[in-house]
Design a protein around this ligand. Structure first.
Ligand code: BES
Ligand code: ZN
Length: 474
């Protein structure tokens, strides 16, 4: 039993009603056709914060607005910065949704909607955590600041500009949002019934490659074999970036990687993981990847190269004998701690120029990049989060890494000097970014309860002096 149980039970269905209303707003931050819905979501959230007597403002940026709210400073107690995002990925392809993406529907104890797990459903647990504390106990034992952006799914340009600037004429933003620790719930548990704390994420380097050959599309009979074909060149150049053992073929690419400690490898091995089940769930006949590494290592702590989109030539029905004038691709590397996106861009460009066939012009465009990181496992904040999750989920969390990227964590480290607790309530098969995204309602409620206990556990920590240790060995 915990002191919050009565309040949580009494408000169980109202939390869900609020969640469904929240998920019903089509806050597709990247698509200006949805700007009104995106603003409606920002206003709805701000109203909720105001309803909890938090000092709340909607901060305009060069892109979508930020919703910022804070409770009063508690002298001698830590301050927590909760980050999340209210924007969602575009829901297409729409025809693959069993029920419409912005009409939240419950099936089998799970709510299906775009943003259910990523990140509207997860982030709002902390709002309800604050509400439950206030209505059960009274004033919060620590200061909580909420920084909720609307462009996470499309590059976070607005918030990055905001973080570097002034909050008003005198106060730098970094001072306004100063905290002792950041908290983000935008990832997953290890599995059903096994909560986790994520202590490392991969970074990302994202590019577009544009190739051009002849000055117009040509008849492949009249010209094929005598003129370089940009589509052939694209296949060759991208193919040259990785070998059959899953090793990226760019001199210098692996130079700086922070190797995993023996303790970490053992810890990965101790996690219950079945390759056959994993493959079966994804509908693949075999798993592949870098030789010499387990599936969890390949997903969480080794780099990866993925083509995200390619175009060239004829894509319509039937056949067309064309030698296309241009070809292009979007592709990205997931990178791991101590790899530097700027250095990766340089060694990649050198390699691509080396394998670019004669007669082809290439242009490499850098779309975005962020380093990966690991967080220290031995911090009092980790212990506090562990205790809180154990109370919320009735099970102690395991420590995991994850393969996705949350670039803002790097900014919290460099700008505010603080580490981040990545406390995911989702599951690996929630299908974020895919049709039929979902969130398990029992985990939503466990997340709220964990959040209540998180404030309690963090209040026990003595503050002062701990600097970010992002990037050190965990
Ligand atoms: N919630 C994800 C990040 C994530 C995914 C963390 C899986 C842990 C496991 C986040 O919303 C996201 O999708 N991030 C992007 C970042 C990119 C656009 C810079 C990603 O990882 O692709
Ligand atoms: Zn996402």
């Amino acid at each position: 039993m915990s002191q919050f149980d009565t309040y949580l039970a009494e408000n169980h269905s109202r939390f869900e009603q609020d969640l469904f209303e929240w998920l019903g707003m089509a806050s597709i931050g990247t698509d200006s056709a949805y700007d009104e819905e995106t603003k409606r979501a920002a206003n709805w959230l701000a109203d909720k914060f105001r309803g909890l007597d938090l000092a709340t403002e909607i901060i305009e940026t060069c892109g979508q607005p930020i919703v910022y709210a804070e409770s009063p400073k508690v002298v001698g107690a830590p301050t927590v910065l909760v980050y999340g995002h209210y924007d969602v990925q575009p829901p297409d392809p729409l025809e693959l949704w069993e029920t419409p993406p912005f009409e939240p529907t419950v099936r089998d104890g799970k709510v299906y909607a775009r943003g259910a797990t990523d990140d509207k459903g997860q982030m709002i647990t902390h709002l309800f955590g604050v509400e439950s504390w206030k209505n059960t106990i009274g004033d919060l034992p620590i200061q909580v600041k909420f920084l909720i952006e609307g462009e996470e799914e499309s590059g976070s340009a607005g918030i990055e500009e905001f973080l570097e600037g002034k909050y008003d004429k005198e106060i730098p933003v970094a001072e306004k949002i100063a905290a002792d620790i950041a908290v983000i719930s935008d990832c997953s548990q290890y599995g059903p019934g096994q909560p986790a704390i994520t202590y490392g994420l991969r970074g990302i380097c994202y590019y577009q490659l544009n190739l051009s050959g002849p000055n117009r599309d040509l008849h492949s009979g009249g010209f094929g074999g005598s003129v370089a074909n940009p589509a052939n060149a694209l296949a060759k150049m991208l193919g040259a970036l990785i070998d059959e053992n899953g090793r990226i073929q760019i001199p210098g690419f692996y130079d700086d990687i922070l190797p995993m400690t023996e303790r970490e490898r053992e810890q990965f091995d101790s996690l219950d993981f079945n390759n056959d089940d994993f493959a079966k769930d994804l509908g693949v006949t075999e798993l592949t990847g870098e030789k010499g590494f387990s599936t969890l290592e390949r997903r969480w702590s080794r780099p990866a190269f993925d083509i995200n989109g390619m175009w060239s030539g004829y894509q319509g029905e039937g056949a067309k004998t064309v030698l296309p004038a241009v070809a292009g691709a979007k592709f990205s590397f997931r990178i791991v701690p101590h790899q530097d996106p700027q250095k990766i861009k340089a060694v990649l460009e050198t390699r691509l120029r080396e394998v670019c066939p004669p007669g082809i012009q290439m242009e490499l465009v850098n779309l975005h990049g962020a380093p990966g990181f690991v967080l220290p496992l031995d911090s009092p904040f980790m212990e506090a989060a562990s205790q809180a999750i154990a109370k919320g989920f009735d099970k102690r969390p395991v420590f995991i890494r994850a393969g996705g990227s949350i670039p803002i964590v790097n900014h919290f480290s460099s700008l505010l000097g603080i580490d981040t607790l990545l406390l995911g309530w989702g599951l690996d098969d929630d299908d974020p970014h895919s049709p039929n995204e979902k969130f398990t309602l029992a985990d939503f409620h466990r997340g709220i309860k964990s959040s209540c206990h998180l404030w309690e556990e963090i209040a026990k920590i003595e503050v002062g002096g701990r600097k970010s240790e992002l990037g050190k060995e965990p």
